[in-house]
Ligand binder design. Structure first.
Ligand code: ZN
Length: 150
């Protein structure tokens, strides 16, 4: 288990240092700003939703390694998904981040995003990890009429 933790920590540090999809988008279909006053993390998320699927996602912003890594991995995780699939993913991530520390629930279905499973042990960092996801919520909620049966 500690090897897995090391791997997870490496992933977060790697994405925090060299974030993927850190750029702007000229004509996004959806975008939103997020701010975490507790830590000072800022993120601006750009989405390109085309034919009901996320074709491109990127972000700009500045913040701690956890918030940057979270936005970086989020943009990688949502490309190719529908808003309905993203809501499902988002729910699982929220459950992971707010679960009891030391729980034995398996979050490996979340792939790389499972790297954040250790964050629930640090309540003051949870907001850093959830910032990008809250921003995603508001980006998807903006002037987009998405019908969901969930
Ligand atoms: Zn932070």
């Amino acid at each position: 288990m500690s090897d897995l933790r090391d791997l997870y920590q490496e992933l977060i540090l790697d994405h925090g240092k060299s974030p993927r999809n850190l750029r702007n988008m000229e004509a996004p279909s959806n975008e939103a700003d997020g701010y975490n006053p507790v830590c000072g993390d800022k993120v601006h998320l750009y989405l390109l939703l085309d034919n009901g699927v996320i074709k491109d996602a990127c972000f700009e912003g500045s913040g701690c390694a956890i918030s940057t890594a979270s936005a970086s991995m989020l943009t990688q995780a949502i490309v190719g998904k529908t808003p309905g699939e993203i809501r499902h993913l988002r729910k699982e991530v929220a459950e992971m981040l707010t679960s009891e520390p030391g729980n034995s629930k398996d979050f490996s279905s979340l792939g790389k995003l499972a790297a954040f499973s250790g964050v629930c042990e640090f309540p003051n960092r949870v907001k850093c990890a959830t910032l990008a996801w809250h921003t995603l919520d508001s980006a998807l909620g903006d002037d987009q009429e998405i019908v969901s049966t969930e």
